[in-house]
Ligand binder design. Structure first.
Ligand code: NAP
Ligand code: MG
Length: 502
């Protein structure tokens, strides 16, 4: 890729965007290939509406090729039979190759799905690479178990790779979502077929190119760009895929359970939607920090975050004061050119999604009080943008209090006492993230214990770190990404019982 000296100003990012190479072929069996059908689809820059590249459109035929290649590499032991130390070295080399191109990755991500390049380069891309490194470093430190059996018997309980892992991921954090699945799956010795979202295939393709350069054997990581109903479904229904890891909407997550039930009973792990509550009590001493975090928790990535704190549940006694703090901060999050490091909010991923979010804002206008924002926007007459939007006086049964909007829209509800706050927070089909703001230690523990949520942040909104598991209860899914527990999804327990002569 082109080397451009970077000072981080606006023109630099535009220069890099003009120079960066755009991968456009699938990666199957260690080679860059077109789709068997010869078809291509356009990936669009939602900030301008311009077509960035025409990408190989994989479907069931290409998924078959990719799964066959993954199976061959697994059965031949090209990767899984390498020592954990050797696998670690390859993945660490990959992390270093990616680090050398961090800014190019950031630009690709920004162009492809409208993310602020500042966030991509300062947070998303380095985080993704760190997570890959974390799983690489972990894998030669995992011990197995020996069971307590009678004398003359040894019971080995080992975690072994499953075989072929399929991964289907969304567009909101394209490289992160790919790495959250591929990192632990590859570290554990599996072979992988990854289908990125149609809106954002570019960074996953570059990731796989660099994996080959780093020495990952051919066939171990295949990337098939394409559509969900064709390529995604083919992976979900494939008879030779052992495990399917999915991140995306709850509706599509349910389909993957059906695909598995109607095919080979592959293991399915789901990271789906959320409507995460943030509870602010009147005994929270630092409301300024709370307001900062509530705002970034709903407006980061234009609110297109599965664990976005989209429901603010604030104690009535401080409600109007806290709302003022929020409105002042929302003003800093005005939409702008995603390649301009001074912009406050990037583009929505695509016009269709922006229109969906605007329908929720219309519902909000009917059922609650608009406090700030509420409008769609363009930048230089182009693109799909939405203002940071806050609704107050939201009733618990309002549409905007119940459904995942996946946009920059905060619903604010009031409460009188702790019991009411907990009841409101748990009144959801989801259970992904939750946050509690209080300086009363007993209350912090008491409330955290009662929240039905995979991750509870106390005096922090949506904390993410490779050292702690991420995932949800209820219809937010099953299984956990990140941490040492992620590997559990991509391995099975295997018992070897040895009887020896005394
Ligand atoms: P989505 O529509 O469910 O798509 C996710 C992936 O599934 C994409 O690769 C998509 O392919 C594919 N897909 C779509 N329809 C399919 C089908 N019928 N069969 C097989 N695969 C299919 O979700 P999205 O709109 O991209 O992302 C937003 C959702 O993701 C939100 O609900 C959000 O909460 C969730 N999310 C959850 C987490 C988490 O960790 N819990 C993280 C991020 C996002 P196409 O590219 O062709 O659509
Ligand atoms: Mg795109």
């Amino acid at each position: 890729m082109t080397e451009i000296a970077h000072t981080g100003d606006r023109n630099d990012w535009h220069d890099l965007a003009g120079a960066v190479a755009l991968p456009n072929q699938a990666i199957i069996d260690g080679r860059q290939v077109d789709a068997r059908s010869g078809k291509r689809f356009a990936t669009i820059n939602p900030a301008t509406g311009e077509t960035l590249a025409h990408i190989a459109e994989g479907d069931a035929a290409d998924i078959n090729d990719a799964v066959a290649s993954a199976r061959r590499s697994f059965d031949a032991g090209r990767w899984r039979n390498q020592s954990p130390l050797a696998r670690k070295r390859v993945l660490l080399r990959l992390a270093e190759l990616m680090r050398a191109e961090q800014q190019q990755f950031a630009v690709l991500e920004s162009l492809d799905m409208g993310k602020l390049v500042r966030d991509a380069s300062g947070n998303d891309i380095p985080t993704a690479i760190n997570i890959l490194q974390w799983h690489a470093e972990e894998i030669d430190k995992v011990y197995d178990e020996v069971a307590p059996l009678p004398a003359g018997n040894v019971g080995l309980i080992r975690r072994v790779p499953l075989g072929v892992v399929g991964a289907v991921v969304p567009w909101n954090f394209p490289l992160n979502m790919a790495i959250w699945k591929c990192g632990p799956a590859l570290a554990a010795g599996n072979s992988v077929v990854l289908k990125p979202a149609e809106q954002s295939p570019l960074t996953a393709l570059r990731f796989a190119q660099l994996a080959l350069e780093a020495g990952l054997p051919e066939g171990v990581l295949n990337v098939v760009p394409g559509f969900g109903e064709t390529a995604g479904q083919a992976l979900g229904r494939h008879m030779d895929v052992d495990c399917l890891a999915f991140t995306g909407s709850t509706a599509v997550g349910k389909m993957f359970l059906r695909y598995a039930g109607e095919s080979n009973l592959k293991q399915v792990w789901l990271e789906c939607g959320g409507k995460s509550p943030v509870i602010v009590f009147e005994d929270c001493e630092d409301l300024e920090t709370a307001a900062d975090q509530v705002i970034s928790g709903i407006f980061y990535n234009q609110g297109q975050v599965c664990s976005a704190g989209s429901r603010l549940i604030v104690q009535n006694s401080i409600r109007s004061k806290f709302l003022d703090l929020l409105v002042a901060r929302a003003a800093q999050y005005q939409p702008g050119d995603p390649l301009n490091p001074h912009s406050g909010l990037g583009a929505m991923v695509e016009a269709k999604h922006a229109a969906n979010v605007m329908r929720y804002i219309e519902a909000g206008n009917r059922e609650a009080t608009l406090v700030t924002g509420g409008n769609a926007a363009t930048i230089n007459g182009r693109g799909s943008f939405i203002e940071p939007t806050i609704f107050a006086d939201v009733k618990p049964d309002a549409i905007i209090a119940r459904e995942e909007i996946f946009g920059p829209v905060l619903a604010v509800l009031g409460f009188a006492d702790e019991a009411e706050a907990i009841a409101l927070a748990n009144d959801s089909i989801y259970g992904l993230g939750a946050s509690v703001w209080t300086d009363n230690l007993s209350r912090a523990h008491r409330v955290s214990e009662q929240l039905v949520s995979g991750v509870v942040g106390v005096n922090v909104v949506d904390p993410v770190n490779p050292a702690v598991p991420f995932g949800g209860f209820r219809q937010s899914g099953s299984g956990r990404d990140l941490s040492r527990h992620a590997v559990e999804k991509y391995t099975a327990l295997k018992t070897t019982w040895i009887r020896f002569k005394n």
